[in-house]
Design a protein around this ligand. Structure first.
Ligand SMILES: [Zn+2]
Length: 347
């Protein structure tokens, strides 16, 4: 089968568009014919080093995918050939302390597609049957492919961790990226008011179309000053920070007393100054967040199916163009998600 995989780390030709053996489903597993997949920053991380993530080379990339059930392994009764499905990106054990509480992304044995095990950038991917979620007819495969990482992560941060309430103000850094833009849409859904930042004016203009109440070009304006001006000197109720070292100081200084900061990424580095006095004196609540639970994924799919929010796709790449897509992701020129077209939908 055709597949996009890494055969080494840190080289220009580390990512290969080539051929790998199609995987066979074992008991309790399902083979999915992938129609669309989506790119994420972790693909770049795996290409560069994959440090700290146990994996073997070659590794097929791709955390996110959607398609049709093709073959069900022994003992699988819930799924039949042709079913439209979207993949929950993590293989979980189902019986550890966290799985029993329904907090699947904290599973002690979790293995993420395209990180620990072969992912969705291939004609076929084999997953455990409980990683499949029914894809309603009203959601296209390309839209579905962006839900498992960016939109699920945003959903958990805004709806479950920060619990943004109507009229609350939320600061979002770097609005062109998939998670930040998904978070903006979630804030809108929750009735909050978003202040967004970017270094590019065209992205800020587009963010206004998606409901941003205020925009800051961080190359022109000091983000904290702009936040204080917008909020009458009070600060925002919530900050969603998926940037890390470059923005963490501004996040701490932008949030109101007793406010919440949610962190889900550290693309600019993971060790900013902690400023603990500010954290405890002002009683700032800090939440770590990544992906979401099965229940949250179900709620997200339902919200999209009902038309409450529509995923933003910047561009769909043909299969052979995957290395180019990764370069574009690295250069952060996108507004919304980058999608990989893998196969054609049969219905
Ligand atoms: Zn578990």
């Amino acid at each position: 089968m055709r597949a996009i995989y890494i055969q080494s780390h840190g080289q220009p030709d580390s990512v290969v568009v080539g051929v790998q053996d199609a995987p066979e489903p074992g008991p309790g597993q399902v083979r999915v014919r992938v129609v669309a997949a989506a790119f994420n920053h972790v693909d770049l991380y795996m290409r560069e080093s994959g440090k700290g993530i146990t994996h073997e080379l070659p590794l097929i990339l791709g955390v996110d995918g959607a398609g049709h059930v093709e073959t069900a392994g022994a003992g699988v009764e819930r799924w039949q050939a042709g079913d439209r499905v979207v993949l929950y990106p993590s293989k979980v054990c189902g019986h550890c302390e966290f799985c029993r509480k329904g907090e699947q992304m904290l599973c002690l044995k979790c293995k993420v597609l395209g990180e620990h095990v072969d992912g969705a950038f291939a004609e076929y991917v084999v997953v455990d049957e409980d990683m499949l979620f029914t894809l309603p007819e009203s959601i296209g495969f390309e839209a579905a492919a962006v839900l498992p990482t960016a939109y699920l992560t945003a959903w958990r941060m805004v709806m479950t961790q920060a619990r943004v309430k109507p009229t609350e103000t939320v600061l979002l850094h770097g609005i062109g990226g998939g998670v930040a833009l998904a978070s903006l849409q979630m804030v809108e859904l929750a009735g909050g008011r978003a202040i967004v930042t970017s270094g590019q004016d065209d992205k800020l203009e587009k963010a206004r179309i998606y409901g941003a109440a205020a925009t800051v070009n961080y190359r022109d304006d000091e983000v904290v000053d702009a936040v204080m001006q917008f909020t009458g000197g009070r600060g925002v109720d919530v900050v969603i920070d998926n940037v890390g070292e470059a923005t963490w100081g501004a996040s701490l200084r932008s949030v109101r007393r007793g406010g919440r900061i949610v962190t889900c990424g550290a693309t600019t580095g993971g060790f900013p100054a902690a400023d603990l006095q500010r954290v405890f004196i002002r009683q700032i609540k800090i939440f770590g967040s990544t992906l979401g639970t099965h229940d949250e994924f179900r709620a997200l799919i339902a919200a999209v199916a009902e038309g409450q929010l529509e995923p933003v796709i910047d561009r769909v790449y043909e299969f052979d163009a995957a290395p180019e897509a990764l370069q574009n992701l690295d250069q952060a020129g996108q507004f919304g998600k980058l999608v990989l077209s893998v196969g054609s939908a049969t219905h």
